[in-house]
Write a protein that binds this ligand. Sequence first.
Ligand SMILES: NC(=O)c1ccc[n+]([C@@H]2O[C@H](COP(=O)([O-])OP(=O)(O)OC[C@H]3O[C@@H](n4cnc5c(N)ncnc54)[C@H](O)[C@@H]3O)[C@@H](O)[C@H]2O)c1
Length: 277
Amino acid sequence: MATLKFSLQNGWLLGKVAVITGGARGIGAATAKLFSDNGAHVVIADILDDLGTVVADSIKGRYTHCDVSKESDVENAIDIAVKWKGRLDIMFNNAGISGPEGSITNLNMDQMMTLVAINLNGVVHGIKHAARVMIQGKKGGSIICSSSSAAIMGGLASHAYTLSKEAILGVARSTACELGVHGIRVNCVSPHGVPSEMLVGGFRRILGRDDLQAEDVSRMVGERGSLLRGREPSVYDVARGVLFLASEEAGFISGHNLVIDGGYTSGCSQMSFMYQG
Ligand SMILES: NC(=O)c1ccc[n+]([C@@H]2O[C@H](COP(=O)([O-])OP(=O)(O)OC[C@H]3O[C@@H](n4cnc5c(N)ncnc54)[C@H](O)[C@@H]3O)[C@@H](O)[C@H]2O)c1
């Protein structure tokens, strides 16, 4: 975890208990660190056991092997948090994969269903079992789901990935309606262009450039993938958004999608002659 310098310590999550799926690396690991810096106890649920254990040990948290496409694994991860600290306050449904890429005319339906099982079913499993224990706990809670800029604007990712992320927005809004009466907030974050293993791997495959590094991807997004020209995105840009939604600072926010994209999906700068001299 080399990027700890972006941590923001204000104790927003003092004593809170969180489960983070896909917390072994990338956005999930950065969020785990930030949650811990802010006083939370964190259970990391992932399939990358070695990486996940290192992250969990570094924040005095817990690691559990969890394939989010399997409901019983997610149920178990949540039950570990409750057995450990007696409650669950925050669920970050962050695990996800990219692909399959290519034309709709060649879409491999088996590969698509594998992606849906992880990206979408995984989130549904997380909302379902977090809600179960949060309702029992009678103290409300905050559930945050990872959608994507690809859910806002077409053409930013593969068809299968796009549909899975769009569906996450729908189920988050729908469950926010039901769970609000229990004081449980359900929100999404929609990252964009963050140079994680997933994104860098995708750029390498699509551009056919095995030599691409995270810094190259970051620079490309900073130059062409954002309205904030030159501002390079980081995993901590997303982690800070998740921290806010998890905390009581966002106590009146539910059913919301926090888009973290440098403004990319909000506008098009191709007609800038209209307002720039
Ligand atoms: N990086 C971006 O720019 C970006 C943009 C939009 C959305 N997202 C979303 O953010 C989330 C985090 O992605 P990231 O960019 O940090 O990528 P990443 O590949 O670094 O992290 C994804 C994590 O999910 C885990 N994971 C994958 N399949 C799993 C499974 N079946 N069960 C449990 N864990 C599993 C991986 O092991 C990994 O730790 C994903 O949902 C992704 O779709 C990322």
